[in-house]
Ligand binder design. Sequence first.
Ligand SMILES: *Cc1c(COP(=O)(O)O)cnc(C)c1O
Length: 497
Amino acid sequence: MRYLSTRGNPSSTADSPGPSFSQILLAGLAPDGGLYVPETYPRVTVAELAQWRTLSYAELACAVLGKFIDDIPLADLRRLVGRAYTAEVFGNGRRDGQARDIAPLRWLERPDAARGEAGLAILELSNGPTLAFKDMAMQLLGHLFEYVLAIKGEEITILGATSGDTGSSAEYALRGKQGVHVFMLSPHERMSAFQRAQMYSLHDANIHNIAVRGMFDDAQDIVKAVFKDQAFKARYRIGAVNSINWARVAAQVVYYFKGYFAATDSDRQQVAFAVPSGNFGNICAGHIARMMGLPIGRLVLATNENDVLDEFFRSGVYRPRSAAETRTTSSPSMDISKASNFERFVFDLVGRDPAVVRRLWAAVDAGGSFDLSGTPFLARLPDFGFVSGKSTHADRLLTIRQTYEKYGLMIDTHTADGLKVAAQWRTPEMPMVVLETALAAKFEETIVEAIGCQPVRPPGLQGIEDLPQRVEVVDVSVETVKRLIAQRVDAMSVKDK
Ligand SMILES: *Cc1c(COP(=O)(O)O)cnc(C)c1O
């Protein structure tokens, strides 16, 4: 499998094939500013679907990812995947001390054919070390990085911006990993106390937390600026694990298969997935699973008050917001002004024509917007199965309360946004599976506001806010961040010698 850029450079042709999986694993954007996508989507056959239905999560991951990775021997891939997806990391004791399946499906309402009810379920993706779905991909990434770096005899400096979950997830996946330095920028005082504690209480020598006095997008812009400085980037071997990383998207494809099999008993059935969305990484994986041939009837995109994506799916207008327009909400991991993975989907929507993507993103990158209404592209939207909706703070509170009363389940604020929008799109034809993107314990304040009691903290995370924290607070300055990276990496290299 070769990869190409959504903006056309590199392309992948018979004469000059594009880069392989391992070659883009450690890369961020493609050289032309586009995103890497596979040259074609591998198809899953009827026979494979039947065979995959009974696989364990690790086996399924190997089968799905094997279709996107042809430059890591299958035996090695199996070993790496086997280390990432263990009950110890993902199932055992995170939620309630019970050993569990990885990414289990929990029915809120079981399908009832006699009554014409298709069922409503939650796919539990948040049983990893940081209690958010990002661990599902990130834990594997940690092992893939270490493996590929060891083969190349290289080191890497991971630089990222986070509004909370990505950063902690990356740090827990990469802490102590050989050959990896991690610099994670976060918006100063805009994450929950728990999120801050999770990240800033890590004291591993290779983990560096930097809090930027600004919004998530300011942090993101600094990261982008550092990536644009080719000399600095080469000297310190800067790489990324933010949500544009292709391997993360690929690893997320796996749990759509898992959720599909768990929600059905025949491969002829269809399933709808509802996905609380921000940067469009999670639901992009659902789109890819569907393009591979998994019978996904519907992809329900849910936003919070920052509804740039809902607006697109309703109107065809993609209008990234300014920092000033971006609201801080009680589902903070979805507080985005633009959706960094969206370009991958639009590339498919416009018939994989890089010239069109270049034109559209010339406007976006200049701070503007684009409007596909009235174009043939928008008419194709229904073929891709997407519908959307938005949820507000009041919806979130109500959904959390009702879910607790009706099903005895405490859900987090982001999952509540998903469930709220899912309710608008349920049909008797297919079960609705809502992706759980975090556990309630991460967002205690809002849970207390909704139901008046504290969510139960998983064992081992009680009192985490009291641990000593290590973080550097800086102004919105590219130079300051570069200086910090240079100092710390140089110091580590000297120490090693
Ligand atoms: C990252 C995140 C999201 C948004 O996922 P995207 O892949 O950015 O769309 C939603 N909920 C939680 C809890 C998250 O951490």
